[in-house]
Design a protein around this ligand. Structure first.
Ligand code: AMP
Ligand code: MG
Length: 413
């Protein structure tokens, strides 16, 4: 494709900017149990009600001492014991030490814990000959998290990295943004449901299944409206039905300029929709806008394009709508192409590739083969997008290219 032909296309960055500037985050929240909150997004900062650790405690099994008692190098008798969960109680006479276990509260007045491997046990007590320092082996109150500190900002998606931290504060309930409700349907007279035999000219509906899976990974509530035939009245009804129920409607197919492509005229009638021809490959046609109530995204019909545009555009949109402010776009890394890659200048290309580390520790990538927008197996063969800049032409083996590893939407590690 030449430059004249592609100059009217809008870039991915422009499309994302237009989309994100309009998107308005949900405001409704709910308070749920911490144990039910994996995948949800915090609606407020999480503030620590306590210090962690809540008291000075021992990092070692050993002996709590007052440094002043160690000067003479004489053995110190043991005045008592401190266990995790059972602090030392009573008088601690000068010139003695306290046997202490990991996690036990530091007895008042102690200024170090000497690990048991560094002492000599004698008949008259414990002899400390290793040099000791103030505060040694003492975990101090609040050194992990101070009381009233912001532990997690609003807009954090809760997962294994965060939930145990909240649990360590004793917080049992969290305020989260409510789940985004999303309706999905496919358009096309040729689409057959999985499990039914194919009639002449039919294909199975890949997109609705793919989109549903990705929405579930994004923790959305999905309403599946099935396949809508290529018929203006049926489409109008589907949009009206979906609009009543959800925050976001996602359709696939029917958005180009063929004779059975009714999505565009109907949407122009029922909403405020932008149709974009994107300068990306695959995935040129993409629609975004607002119906009466719900946001709308129209994905291209070809399955590779539908998934790519979902991944690159709908994923950040959903992050914005659902208040996931900490969301980061996929990281791009440099890799050496070890196979040639076919490319014409004009569009940003997201080819599917397989990246690996070679014997020199360098990242390299090869194509998954045929890059047609109907070859869905390129996703299952690959583990990354090879992102080739808009103006770039064919790539020869050995050139540096950028890759984006597939995230959890496409592949579990
Ligand atoms: P369209 O955008 O409706 O013109 O569709 C473009 C191409 O994608 C055609 O080959 C369609 O048959 C195909 N297609 C459309 N929707 C789906 C779907 N849900 N699953 C698989 N292929 C589809
Ligand atoms: Mg169609």
């Amino acid at each position: 494709m030449d430059h004249c032909h592609t100059s009217s296309l809008i870039s991915l960055e422009q499309a994302l900017e237009k989309l994100l500037v309009q998107a308005v985050t949900l405001t409704q929240t709910e308070i749920i149990s911490l144990t039910q909150s994996a995948g949800r997004i915090t609606a407020t900062d999480i503030i620590s009600p306590i210090n962690v650790p809540p008291f000075d405690n021992s990092a070692m099994d050993g002996y709590a001492v007052r440094l002043a008692d160690l000067n003479g190098n004489q053995a110190l008798p043991i005045a008592g014991k401190a266990f995790a969960g059972a602090p030392f109680q009573g008088e601690w006479p000068a010139g003695s030490c306290i046997r202490i276990m990991t996690g036990a509260p530091i007895p008042a007045g102690a200024d170090a814990v000497i690990m048991q491997e560094q002492v000599e046990v004698t008949e008259s007590g414990i002899r400390f000959s290793y040099p000791a320092q103030q505060g040694q082996n003492i975990r101090t109150i609040g050194e992990d998290i101070a009381q009233n500190a912001v532990v997690l900002p609003k807009g954090t998606k809760l997962s294994t990295a965060q939930l145990p931290v909240i649990a360590s504060l004793g917080i049992a309930k969290v305020k989260v943004i409510r789940r985004l409700k999303v309706a999905i349907f496919s358009t096309g007279d040729e689409l057959q449901a999985i499990g039914e035999p194919l009639q002449a000219g039919q294909i199975y509906d890949t997109n609705r299944f793919a989109v549903r899976l990705m929405l579930e990974k994004l923790d959305c509530e999905v309403i599946d409206l099935g396949v809508i035939p290529d018929n203006p009245d049926a489409l109008r009804d589907a949009f009206a039905e979906a609009d009543k129920q959800v925050d976001l409607v996602i359709s696939s197919g029917g958005a180009s300029v063929g004779e059975a492509d009714y999505t565009k005229p109907i949407l122009e009638e029922v909403g405020k929709i932008n149709f974009w021809k994107l300068a990306i490959k695959p995935g040129k046609p993409f629609a975004f806008g607002k119906l009466e109530n719900a946001w709308f995204c129209g994905l291209p019909g070809n399955p590779v394009s539908a998934v790519l545009t979902f991944y690159q555009l709908v994923q950040p949109l959903i992050a914005r709508l659902s208040g996931f402010t900490a969301w980061q776009p996929p990281m791009r890394l440099n890799a050496k192409a070890i196979t040639p890659l076919k490319k014409s200048p004009g569009r940003l290309d997201f080819q599917r590739g397989t990246a690996s580390i070679n014997e020199h520790g360098e990242l390299e990538v090869q194509t998954t083969g045929h890059q047609g927008s109907h070859i869905f197996s390129s996703y299952s063969l690959g583990n990354c997008f090879i992102v080739l800049e808009r103006e770039r032409g064919h790539i020869t083996a050995g050139e540096t290219v950028q890759i984006e590893f597939f995230n959890h939407l496409l592949k579990n590690q």
